[in-house]
Design a protein around this ligand. Structure first.
Ligand SMILES: Cc1cc2nc3c(=O)[nH]c(=O)nc-3n(C[C@H](O)[C@H](O)[C@H](O)COP(=O)(O)O)c2cc1C
Length: 342
């Protein structure tokens, strides 16, 4: 392998490693410290419990996001197609993986394009925010949005991951003002997203000043990109560098609470280590509008469309049963008082 892998080979590595290796963070999300207060007499009929909501003007049947993962390769095309068809069938939201490969080689745009199978889906474009320090501008962001007819753009912030990749893009100085420019000029809302290490209070203050419309906390407790990069390392020293960060990051719950404290009016998407509808329901009760999952959907998508749809329906049912058994008839009633706090 050449010292700096091209984007497509990196994307193939990511899929292979995430499926075959243990890449979990050494930290937990923090959700295990919270329990719903059980209602033996919820005074509700299960089937009227309503898990639907509107996000960026689109109706979702469940507050669920298939988190950004892939694109740029034939395998990614198949995965994206399955995820999008499943999202359309079940009315949940979906993010595409980083579109840098297609910005740099427009022939790859089709590997991300899923509107033809998901005409109604709440769909998010995706680019690494740091590319704004490497010659990308608002026009490139708009290109990513238009390429997939997205409803919003996710800018992902992956400072630590970049440092662990050979020849990663590590110039993060002065980035906030460029993010602010994108927020001002793009035709759709901008969502700031981490990739599995969460956002600190300082970060949230900066992102709010930038004018982002939502923050996807992508906290620690699930997929760890230092672990992924450890498995991709080309020599012992690179592997050792990455291995030291297994316990790094801000757990998902702490990151949600950071947003709630610092930017109480910010739309919050929760992700990072969510593995069931109960996890998502806890995040909603803590203030999130959506819960996102990546790894569980990568695993179902490489199995089949049917498996992916069934995975979504099971998560949706878990959310509904959780709401029923805690006495919440709709998502607005799924608030923090339903939880026993640690
Ligand atoms: C195979 C794979 C590829 C990913 N690629 C991207 C990406 O291109 N852009 C991004 O913002 N996040 C990316 N992520 C991060 C996820 O969106 C998510 O934030 C992270 O995996 C934590 O969620 P999880 O614990 O449910 O996996 C990727 C995750 C996986 C598993």
């Amino acid at each position: 392998m050449s010292e700096v892998a091209p984007i497509s080979s990196r994307k193939s590595d990511h899929i292979r490693i995430n499926i075959n290796e243990d890449v979990d963070s050494g930290l937990s999300t923090g959700l295990e410290h919270y329990r719903f207060i059980h209602r033996a007499l919820p005074e509700l009929d299960l089937e009227i419990v309503d898990t639907s909501s509107y996000v960026f003007g689109k109706r979702l049947k469940a507050p669920l996001l298939i988190s950004s993962m892939t694109g740029g390769t034939p395998e990614a095309t198949a995965i994206n197609r399955i995820l999008a068809e499943a999202a359309q069938t079940t009315s949940v939201a979906m993010g595409l993986g980083s579109q840098r490969a297609a910005i740099e080689n427009p022939d790859l745009a089709a590997t991300y394009q899923v509107r033809h199978v998901a005409p109604d889906c709440l769909l998010f474009a995706n680019l690494g925010a740091v590319q704004l320090n490497y010659s990308y501008n608002v026009d490139d962001c708009q290109r990513a949005v238009d390429m997939i007819e997205a409803d919003a753009l996710i800018l992902h912030f992956n400072a630590l991951q970049e440092t662990l990749q050979p020849d990663g893009n590590t110039q993060f100085a002065g980035l906030a003002k460029k993010v602010a420019e994108v927020c001002r000029e793009l035709s759709v809302p901008v969502i700031a997203k981490e990739v599995g290490w969460g956002f600190s209070k300082e970060d949230i203050r900066l992102l709010e000043q930038c004018g982002v419309s939502a923050i996807d906390v992508a906290g620690a407790g699930g997929t760890s990109w230092s672990q992924v990069e450890m498995h991709r390392a080309q020599n012992h020293n690179q592997a050792q560098l990455a291995a030291a960060f297994i316990d790094w990051g801000i757990p998902t719950v702490e990151a949600i609470l950071n947003v709630r404290t610092l930017a109480p009016n910010m739309t919050i998407f929760a992700s990072g280590g969510l593995r069931s509808g109960v996890d998502i329901a806890k995040c909603i009760a803590l203030g999130a509008r959506l819960g996102g999952m990546a790894k569980p959907f990568l695993k179902s998508a490489v199995t089949s469309l049917e498996d992916t749809i069934q995975t979504i329906l099971t998560i949706q049912r878990q959310i509904q049963v959780c709401m029923f058994a805690s006495g919440a008839a709709n998502l607005a009633e799924l608030h923090v008082e339903k939880l026993l706090l640690p």
